[in-house]
Design a protein around this ligand. Structure first.
Ligand code: ADP
Ligand code: 5GP
Length: 196
């Protein structure tokens, strides 16, 4: 029987990748990341096929027309999408599938039969978020502003009751990771016990 995937969301710079990297390092054989397709340019150190499948717009649009995506969305001027194949392959492997998507991805996945658990990673404040995005050194002033504007909408959605199953405040990284691990391990154990 298919396991219950984890969908993680939160403003750009809130620490999703940092937290997930730690989870995958600690449990390399239990969780697997659903590698999305994007039209965004790779950042230094990002790997095609590991962080994303980096594709030109024409290829992305072809995949949409062929019905290859479970969901797809536009974010900060680029396209992002979860392919059905990425999720299927992980679910067949018996590992727990983890997806990292923005707010429209969350809303769209809720309309599918994926039966996921939803986690929101919340920054301690908008000021801290700005500093983290600046510190990461991956954004221009323009793309940073776009990402901060979108953050507001994501935070408001997260404040609505029932939008997420778990809200993880990422102030101290060790505390935040402890919270994520607790939720993820509980989801993993529910598979092992056949309760999914
Ligand atoms: P996201 O994947 O949500 O866009 P990242 O994981 O890339 O965010 O984190 C954005 C930046 O903030 C990175 O430079 C990361 O090292 C840093 N960061 C993440 N968590 C914390 C934290 N708890 N305290 C301080 N800096 C953090
Ligand atoms: P980044 O450019 O920082 O890697 O990602 C920008 C945003 O796109 C993040 O909020 C991330 O969660 C989201 N994202 C990444 N992959 C997908 C996807 O496949 N679908 C959707 N809807 N959002 C995604």
């Amino acid at each position: 029987m298919a396991s219950q995937p984890i969908v993680i969301s939160g403003p750009s710079g809130s620490g999703k990748s940092t937290l997930l990297t730690r989870l995958f390092e600690e449990f390399p054989n239990r969780f697997a990341f659903s590698v999305s397709h994007t039209t965004r340019k790779p950042r230094p150190k990002e790997e095609h096929g590991k962080d994303y499948f980096f594709v030109p717009m024409e290829e992305f649009e072809k995949m949409i027309s062929e019905g290859s995506f479970l969901e797809h969305a536009q974010f900060s001027g680029n396209r992002y999408g979860t392919s059905k194949m990425a999720v299927d392959l992980i679910q067949r492997s018996g590992r727990l599938c983890v997806l990292d998507v923005e707010i429209n991805g969350v809303k769209n996945i809720k309309r599918t039969d994926l039966n996921a658990q939803y986690i929101f990673v919340k920054p301690p404040s908008l000021e801290a978020l700005r500093k983290r995005l600046e510190g990461r050194g991956t954004e221009t002033e323009e793309s940073l502003l776009k990402r901060l504007n979108t953050a507001q909408e994501a935070l408001e959605y997260a404040d609505q009751p029932g939008s997420y199953d778990h809200i993880i405040v990422n102030d101290d990284i060790d505390v935040a990771y402890g919270h994520l691990k607790q939720v993820a391990v509980a989801a993993m154990n529910s598979i092992s016990n056949g309760k999914d």
